[in-house]
Write a protein that binds this ligand. Structure first.
Ligand code: NDP
Length: 232
């Protein structure tokens, strides 16, 4: 795969919002690296997008594993693929079983929802800085917004609030035309959002894709929903 057009890497791309983000970015003419922790599910999703005309490849990537992230980055480097847009979408959400926070559950959420994004940035942002171009989109949630009351199970809310903080700190360290933003996709009908959610995946993916393809004049270090800035 030569690096002649822009490439986006999406974590948790096998289903839900991540899969739809892959589809929409493909439609916009980007080359898509659809990643998933389950190779069978990821390969199948990538095959379906390719059948619809997308320029997509599958890469195995478990964001909770340092080794998995390093191996994925090394394979892409060997293949000459530079990631222009990184969409940190993968996350877990579990209902809190007791009023007290279960430390093991919090740690699991931290690995997937926070450290996963930090690891992926460590793997892919240096090349963006070197090239002077990059778009990083951290898929967060209104559940991680102090301004919205941190509504939801504690491990999920705490880790999304931390992802927001990471977005701000990351953006402060960027230079050139490299931007990092956080996004709340809204309440979306996915396995995580459930069937009662009012939003389609198409709508949920819209602002993620907008942030992944921002022009040089676009914002950095912000938190967005429906393409509008929201309070942290
Ligand atoms: P889903 O539960 O449908 O999909 C989550 C995706 O993340 C799956 O592909 C899952 O893979 C993947 N994933 C989880 N852990 C890991 C890991 N360690 N490594 C790699 N992939 C992993 O969720 P949504 O599509 O609804 O959510 C996408 C994003 O949007 C998340 O960040 C979520 O927090 C956010 N969001 C969603 C809302 C909603 O209403 N749906 C509301 C607000 C925010 P697998 O199939 O293997 O489990």
């Amino acid at each position: 795969m030569a690096n002649d057009k822009q490439t986006a890497l999406v974590t948790g791309g096998n289903r839900g919002i991540g899969l739809e983000v892959c589809r929409q970015l493909g439609e916009q003419g980007m080359r898509v690296v659809l990643t998933a922790r389950d190779a069978k599910l990821g390969e199948q999703a990538a095959r379906e997008l390719a059948r619809d005309g997308a320029d997509v490849i599958f890469e195995s990537l478990d964001v909770s594993s340092e080794k998995s992230v390093a191996e994925c980055a090394a394979r892409l480097k060997r293949a000459g693929v530079r990631v222009d847009a990184l969409i940190n979408n993968a996350a877990i959400y579990a209902e809190q079983s007791a009023p007290a926070i279960d430390v093991a559950q919090l740690e699991q959420h931290l690995h997937a929802n926070l450290t996963g994004a930090v690891r992926c940035c460590a793997a892919f942002v240096p090349a963006m800085l070197k090239a002077g171009y990059g778009r990083i989109v951290n898929v967060s949630s209104g559940s991680g917004a102090f301004a919205e009351g941190l509504e939801g199970p504690a491990p999920y809310c705490i880790t999304k609030a931390a992802l927001n903080a990471f977005t701000v700190k990351l953006a402060q360290q960027l230079r050139g035309d490299v931007k990092a933003n956080a996004v709340c996709p809204g309440w979306v009908r996915t396995r995580m959002g459930g069937r009662a959610a009012p939003r389609s995946v198409e709508k949920g993916a819209e602002t993620v894709v907008w942030l992944a393809t921002l022009p040089a004049s676009g914002p950095s270090g912000g938190f967005f929903r429906d393409k509008k800035r929201i309070a942290w």
